[in-house]
Design a protein around this ligand. Structure first.
Ligand code: PLP
Length: 413
C-alpha cells in the first residue's frame, strides 16, 4: 500500500494464530485437517456424545424470520434461556435480563466496550488469550491477579477485589472464566457464593464467563444460583451454545445482567449490530429444550470427566506436572526442567500436533511483540481434549511420550 492504513496497526489475530500458521508452515497442512491432532483447539466435539442428545439437523425458516430481528434477541430464545437458568439454578430472571449476541465473544466485547472509565478490570494472570485482545482493543484498564504455583493457579476471591492503593472513585470488575480456560480451575458451591456476594457489594461488579458451565461434576456451575438482586447489580454472566451445547458454528451467546445493563446493550445492538440471525436463534432455542439439556449435562460430564481424569493420569506418568482444576476441557501443564512450550511445539509439529503455549494465556504480557519480555509461563502449556474422540487417547499419549523421549535423548547427547 502506498499510504498508511486508516486502520489500527495494533490488531493482530489472537495469539494462537501465530502457532497455527507456524504449524501449517512446518507440517504443510492446516491444524484440524485429517491426520492432525488438534490439542491446541478450544472447540468441543460437534457430534452426538455417548448417551447424549441428538443435535438438531434443521430449522424451519418462515417469512417472519426474514424480518429484522429484535435488538435484544428473539422472544423464543430469551424465554428458553430464562427457563434454562431458572429451571436448573433456581434463579428468577426474566427475559429483560437476557441479551442475545452472535456468540460468547461479541457479548464479552460489548460489555467491556461500554464500561465507564472509573471501572477497572481485575483478571487472573492466566486466562483465555482473547481477553487480552479484547481488553486492549476496548481500551479497558486492567490489573492482573497473581496466578502462581504457590496459590495453585486459584487465588482467593478477595484477591480480585483488593482495593489497596485505589482511590474512592474506582470501581472493580473482575473478569473470570469459570470453569477456567486454560486452567480448569472452578469456583463452585460456597466459594462461588462468596464471589457473587463480593461482586454484589457497592463499587463492585463481575463479568463471569460461564462458557464451560456444563463441564464440571456438578453438571452445571453458574453464579446465577447465588445472585441476590441482579437488577441492582453489575453482575454480568456470559453464556453460549458454543461448548456444552456443542455448537460453536451457530454463533449464539448471551449476557445475563440487570435490566438497565441489558437495555444499554440492546441500544448498542440497535445501531451497531442489528440483532442476531433468526435461524441461528431458532436453532439455539431447540438446543435449549429442557429434556435435551438434561441429557446433554449428563453426557458432557461423563465424557469430559472421563477424558480429564485419564489424560491427567497419563500426563503425570509422562513426567509433566498437572496443575488442572476440576472443570472445563483443558489440562494446564508444566514441562520438565529445561523444556519450554515453544520447543515442545516445534517438536510436536513434526508429528502433526500442537498445543497452546502458556505465554499466550499470560494476561500481563505486552500486547505488541516485545522480545525482551519473559513470561513466567514459558514452560507451561494448555492441552485441549475438547475436540478429541475417545479413540485417539492412546495415540495422543504415544505422540507426547515420543516427543518427550526424543527431547531427553537430545539433551543427554
Ligand atoms: C473462556 C471462553 N469464553 C467464551 C468463549 C466463547 O467463544 P465464542 O465466541 O466462540 O462463543 C470461549 C471459546 O473459546 C472461551 O474459551
Amino acid at each position: 500500500m502506498d499510504r498508511a492504513s486508516f486502520l489500527s496497526d495494533d490488531c493482530p489475530p489472537m495469539g494462537i494464530y501465530e502457532t497455527l500458521y507456524a504449524f501449517r508452515d512446518s507440517f504443510g497442512q492446516f491444524m484440524g485437517a485429517p491426520g492432525t491432532h488438534p490439542w491446541s483447539q478450544g472447540f468441543p466435539l460437534t457430534t452426538q456424545l455417548a448417551g447424549g442428545p441428538e443435535l438438531p439437523g434443521s430449522v424451519e425458516v418462515t417469512w417472519e424470520d426474514r424480518f429484522y430481528p429484535k435488538a435484544w434477541g428473539h422472544p423464543l430464545l430469551r424465554e428458553a434461556i430464562v427457563a434454562h437458568y431458572n429451571g436448573f439454578y433456581g434463579s428468577r430472571i426474566t427475559p429483560d435480563n437476557v441479551m442475545v449476541f452472535a456468540g460468547g465473544r461479541p457479548g464479552i466485547y460489548a460489555v467491556l466496550a461500554f464500561l465507564k472509565r472509573h471501572v477497572e478490570v481485575r483478571i487472573g494472570n492466566v486466562e483465555w488469550p482473547a481477553y487480552l485482545d479484547i481488553l486492549t482493543q476496548t481500551k479497558t484498564s486492567w490489573k492482573v491477579v497473581p496466578f502462581t504455583k504457590a496459590n495453585g493457579f486459584h487465588p482467593p476471591n478477595a484477591a480480585y477485589f483488593d482495593r489497596a492503593g485505589l482511590n474512592a472513585k474506582t470501581h472493580l470488575m473482575p473478569v473470570i472464566s469459570n470453569p477456567g480456560n486454560p486452567t480448569g480451575h472452578t469456583r463452585a458451591g460456597a466459594e462461588l457464593e462468596e464471589l457473587i456476594a463480593m461482586a454484589e457489594q457497592p463499587k463492585n461488579g463481575i463479568l463471569l464467563d460461564e462458557a464451560y458451565e456444563m463441564f464440571h461434576a456438578s453438571k452445571g456451575v453458574s453464579g446465577i444460583r447465588y445472585v441476590k438482586d441482579l437488577d441492582n447489580s453489575n453482575v454480568f454472566l456470559a453464556g453460549a451454545c458454543t461448548k456444552g451445547l456443542q455448537c460453536p458454528g451457530i454463533r449464539i451467546g448471551w449476557i445475563i445482567a440487570s435490566k438497565q445493563n441489558v437495555e444499554t446493550l440492546a441500544n448498542y445492538s440497535s445501531f451497531g449490530m442489528g440483532g442476531v440471525s433468526h435461524p441461528s436463534q431458532l436453532y439455539a432455542a431447540k438446543l435449549l429444550e429442557p429434556q435435551r439439556v438434561a441429557r446433554a449435562r449428563d453426557a458432557v460430564d461423563r465424557h469430559y470427566g472421563m477424558q480429564r481424569a485419564r489424560y491427567g493420569r497419563a500426563f503425570a506418568e509422562l513426567g509433566l506436572t498437572v496443575h488442572t482444576g476440576d472443570g472445563g476441557f483443558y489440562h494446564w501443564l508444566e514441562l520438565p526442567e529445561g523444556l519450554d512450550a515453544d520447543e515442545l511445539n516445534r517438536r510436536l509439529f513434526r508429528h502433526g500436533a500442537a498445543i497452546l503455549k502458556g505465554f499466550d494465556c499470560d494476561m500481563a504480557r505486552p500486547h505488541d511483540k516485545d522480545p525482551e519480555y519473559r513470561s513466567p509461563y514459558g514452560s507451561f502449556f494448555r492441552f485441549s481434549f475438547g475436540p478429541l474422540l475417545p479413540e485417539t487417547f492412546e495415540s495422543d499419549i504415544a505422540i507426547l511420550r515420543r516427543v518427550l523421549d526424543e527431547y531427553r535423548a537430545d539433551v543427554a547427547r
